[in-house]
Design a protein around this ligand. Structure first.
Ligand code: SF4
Ligand code: SF4
Ligand code: SF4
Length: 320
């Protein structure tokens, strides 16, 4: 009998759902084993009964639940709890669900400060009162799904690589645990490293990166050693899944696109502190970590949930 799958999206952009559709041919192989019983991105389900006839939130019973997106408001918290109740195994899909994701950058400010900025502090918007009618109240911060309910498997990435969704679903269908290995993006990166930066200063991330088309990756100098902020040393490997190009060499996804890693797969292991570790990595090759502007935000860009980003304490008036 096919496994019943329920999917929900919470505080999202929709990219994680696109990565499910991006699975392509392997999805056809998996489909006979799956029966999607709930998936708002594909089916017009209502929360109160599948056709809107009910009075309470209903998620159909499922063997596997997939949640994309973090938890920003009371409604999303309620949906996450209902998914947990209805699904035997719960998967967090994407960096928003796993760590809070980009929206959790908002955790650097208190709610009142955010309301003030959005509704009254924007030069392009007429000042207005904070809306409070018919809207679910916001939580005090953007939360990863596991801050609200227990999660059984994590598929990080913004969005993740479609191949990893197949690996995770296959493992869950076979009753096996799924976890990515604890190694870094650098461990999967075939570029040449000399353990020292070629220049003394960090470059702007949008300047051209020196990659010669057609050259083997072993001849291309590490982007960080070229002076770009590449978060490969502190980011979990997993995105280097392609094999078709570059003579079948696996290359991390952004590196293949001539862009530095921005850290979307999150920390290499639980409890790691990418901010501190990245400052150490920069220093170790002779770059000045203090040159990284807005370090707290940039080095926690996808992982601001789970208490990593919080409002800084106010400085006392007249204090320095
Ligand atoms: S992890 Fe990225 S792609 Fe997925 S919902 Fe969040 S922002 Fe969108
Ligand atoms: S720092 Fe970036 S470019 Fe250098 S090895 Fe690591 S992932 Fe590759
Ligand atoms: S290289 Fe880094 S930012 Fe790019 S997909 Fe991989 S983990 Fe994410």
């Amino acid at each position: 009998m096919p496994a019943k799958v329920a999917e929900e999206w919470l505080n999202i952009c929709g990219g994680c759902e696109v990565s499910i559709l991006d699975i392509g041919d392997p999805l056809l192989g998996l489909l006979p084993q799956l029966q999607f019983v709930h998936m708002p991105v594909l089916m017009d389900h209502k929360y109160f009964g599948q056709t809107g006839e009910g009075t309470t939130l209903e998620i159909p019973q499922a063997d596997v639940g997939i949640i994309s997106g973090g938890v920003r408001n009371e409604k999303e918290k309620h949906v996450a709890e209902a998914m947990r109740q209805s699904c035997k195994t719960l998967i967090a899909l994407g960096s928003c669900a796993c760590f809070g994701g980009i929206p959790a950058l908002a955790n650097m400010w208190k709610l009142e400060e955010l309301y003030e900025k959005v509704y009254r502090g924007s030069k392009t918007t007429e000042p207005a009162a904070t809306p409070n009618q018919n809207l679910p109240p916001l939580l005090d911060s953007v939360k990863a799904v596991d801050e609200v309910v227990k999660v059984d498997a994590y598929i990080p990435g913004c969005p993740t690589a479609p191949e990893i969704i197949v690996q995770a679903l296959t493992a869950v269908l076979e009753g096996k645990p799924f976890t990515l290995p604890e190694r870094s993006v650098c461990d999967d990166c075939p570029v040449k490293r000399e353990k020292k930066a070629s220049g003394g200063t960090l470059k702007r991330p949008l300047e051209d990166i020196s990659v010669k088309q057609g050259e083997p990756w072993e001849n291309t100098r590490c982007f960080m050693e070229q002076g770009y902020l590449c978060l490969g040393p502190v980011t979990r490997a997993g995105c280097a899944t392609g094999t078709e190009a570059e003579g079948h060499v696996k290359v991390p996804r952004c590196i293949k696109g001539h862009m530095p890693c921005r850290g979307c797969f999150g920390p290499i292991r639980q409890g790691a502190n990418p901010l501190v570790d990245m400052m150490g990595a920069l220093t170790s090759i002779g770059l000045d970590a203090k040159e990284v502007l807005d370090r707290r935000a940039l080095l926690n860009r996808y992982i601001g949930g789970q208490n990593r980003l919080r409002p800084l304490p106010q400085k006392p008036a007249g204090g320095r």
